[in-house]
Design a binder for this molecule. Structure first.
Ligand SMILES: [Mn+2]
Length: 424
């Protein structure tokens, strides 16, 4: 299914008056509205191929209908999202779930939908049917050099696929660790992992980056070999200038101060990528902004402040991606909600009066500091996000149009009622 441009225009015309009233009101009390709008138009969030099907828990999966059955259909799905919001202009592939048969055709299809290929992701957290050695006791940390070698070769193969598609970064998330005290020697596990990562690093093309993603727990429950930002930063620093830390919102212990983490990583020039989701307890993979929207705003405030301090381009300096999995919602609707929440938090952060905040901090005026932050957070910025969409040819209300056009019903007609997205 493809969404015709005139349908979006027709829809927007129907909502134009209402939008204009809200936008004019919101814009009347802000400076530099044009600057903010341009930043919103430019900002793009990568969609991972594995978020397009219904996720599950380890207790079960309740598959939806009309899910993408192939890489081509996954690209089509992201194309639909991008047509609706013009903010989802990249897709992130997972190897081996998404190995293209014909690179040229896949690249052409993505280009047709206005999509780029974001970071490619390797997978050494499960065994594949044709795999020689098992990752049951880890991959890059493994005591057996042959297992480590296999994991390294897999990552190099992922880079090769990425090069063919025009991607320029590799994300490595390792499930390596231990579930019981004494199961492994922490130092050996770290050194084996570092050596393996160094071999992958050596295979990176000159203009590529590697992102070392950390996670506090799960699937291992006693130790994780890349367990927090400190460990990730250690690897990234030891690897070299092409290595960065990647922050996934759901990969922290409860109540971790993520805004402080991203602030310091940016200060060190070592924040490379970002995975959005939300959580109540752990790696819950819930819709971004559904549980802790204030935290999301505070994180964006640190991101904007930290990127501006280094003169970084908000849209292109970091790899922005959603990393979530949906068990009870339509995955496409969920992704539209996530993108909207990200754009709202980003806009609010852009509206923070950084000068006033700095002054209040210098005077130790704690009350004023909070007022400055919450002034931005409590501003209804939705008309700005909608205006940016209008200007880039997207729908004023993507989710509403998704339902009015009966996108899911169309996909079910095309693909069938009982389809299971490949990969998960
Ligand atoms: Mn992630």
């Amino acid at each position: 299914m493809q969404i015709d441009k005139y349908k979006i225009q027709e829809f927007n015309q129907g909502h134009a008056q209402d939008h204009k009233r809200k936008f004019d009101f919101a814009a009347s009390s802000q400076h530099n509205v044009e600057g903010v709008l341009q930043k919103l138009v430019d900002f793009q969030i990568g969609i991972p191929s594995w978020a397009l099907g219904t996720g599950g828990t380890r207790f079960g999966r309740f598959s939806g209908s009309g899910e993408p059955r192939s890489l081509e259909e996954k690209i089509e799905d992201v194309g639909l999202l991008h047509a609706l919001n013009q903010s989802s202009g990249a897709i992130s592939l997972h190897i081996p779930w998404d190995i293209p048969n014909d690179y040229k055709a896949i690249k052409a299809l993505a280009a047709q939908h206005g999509l780029k290929f974001d970071a490619v992701n390797s997978n050494t957290f499960q065994d594949q049917p044709d795999q020689k050695l098992s990752y049951k006791f880890g991959s890059m940390q493994h005591v057996d050099k042959a297992v480590r070698r296999q994991a390294v070769e897999h990552n190099i193969e992922v880079i090769r696929h990425g090069v063919e598609l025009g991607s320029d970064s590799l994300t490595v998330w390792l499930s390596d660790g231990s579930s019981f005290p004494g199961q492994l020697n922490f130092r050996d596990a770290f050194e084996n992992t570092l050596e393996s990562l160094q071999e992958v690093y050596a295979a990176l093309p000159d203009d590529w980056k590697v992102f070392v993603e950390y996670k506090a727990f799960e699937p291992n429950f006693y130790s994780m070999t890349v367990g927090d930002w400190g460990q990730s930063l250690l690897y990234a620093n030891k690897l070299g200038p092409k290595a960065y830390t990647l922050v996934d919102l759901g990969h922290h212990l409860p109540n971790a101060n993520i805004e402080q983490i991203v602030s310091l990583l940016l200060m060190e020039g070592k924040l490379g990528g970002f995975h959005f989701n939300d959580s109540k307890y752990g790696d819950d993979d819930l819709t971004t902004g559904s549980i802790k929207p204030y935290q999301l705003f505070l994180i964006f405030n640190s991101l904007v402040d930290g990127m501006d301090a280094r003169g970084m381009n908000h849209a292109t300096s970091l790899a922005w991606m959603i990393d979530a999995s949906h068990n009870v919602k339509d995955p496409l609707e969920d992704l539209l909600q996530s993108v909207e929440a990200i754009m709202i938090a980003y806009t609010q952060a852009l509206l923070v009066d950084q000068k006033a905040l700095k002054e209040a901090q210098q005077e130790n005026d704690v009350v004023r500091c909070q007022e400055v932050l919450q002034e931005a957070y409590r501003t209804d910025v939705r008309p700005f996000v909608a205006e940016a969409r209008l200007r880039s040819g997207a729908a004023l209300r993507p989710l509403q149009l998704f339902r009015e056009l009966k996108v899911r019903e169309n996909l079910i007609n095309e693909r069938g009622l009982k389809t299971v997205a490949t990969g998960l």
